[in-house]
Design a protein around this ligand. Structure first.
Ligand SMILES: [Cu+2]
Length: 190
């Protein structure tokens, strides 16, 4: 019985020492983000394509607007817009979610993706059209709360009116194939 008591006391002392060490650790140790589940991992890939979170099975992943790290869009998209990664890595296999903040007049020429693209409009006006030519008379204007599914291989184009924020979910690696190769902003026009 005495042995157990000794072990108990020893355990308590250890716990107290541990607690002290924790409180004495530098303040920097507590500067974690609200993502909770995992530490942030920087991806050295394309500009703006930094991974914010990697979900685990036992914890939810919370991302607040303040957590977002806005960067430039990759060269395959027209310049001027900002991009933040909420989930996954668009350059790698697997699901991802990104948010794009585009200035008024920003547009993406007709293109396809090898994976299905899902877009939710958060603010502004997002004009989406289908087909191989950017016919502005043949678009649907989506406002905050608007949602569109663009199946893999489907030809589509988009433009925004007023500063517009929209969220894109798809499967990586995210590829943009322009119908007219000269529309590809990565080919020198940037
Ligand atoms: Cu698209």
């Amino acid at each position: 019985m005495k042995k157990y008591l000794l072990l108990l006391v020893l355990g308590l002392v250890c716990a107290l020492i541990g607690l002290r060490a924790q409180t004495e650790s530098p303040a920097g140790a507590s500067t974690t983000t609200t993502t909770g589940a995992t530490t942030q991992a920087e991806s050295p890939a394309a500009s703006g394509m930094t991974t914010t979170t990697t979900p685990t099975t036992d914890q939810h992943v919370v991302v607040t607007p303040a957590d977002l790290k806005w960067g430039d869009t990759p060269p395959k998209l027209p310049p001027g817009a900002k991009l933040a990664v909420l989930e996954g890595d668009p350059t790698k296999p697997g699901p991802f979610t990104i948010r794009v903040k585009a200035p008024s007049g920003w547009k993406v020429a007709p293109h396809t993706h090898p994976t299905t693209e899902k877009i939710t409009v958060l603010s502004g006006t997002f004009n989406i059209g289908s087909g191989p030519t950017a016919d502005s008379s043949n678009t649907k204007a989506l406002k905050a709360g608007g949602f569109v599914i663009l199946p893999a291989g489907m030809q589509h184009f988009a433009s925004v009116k007023g500063e517009t924020i929209f969220q894109v979910s798809s499967e990586g690696p995210f590829v943009i194939n322009y119908i007219n190769p000269q529309d590809d902003p990565s080919l020198g026009k940037r």
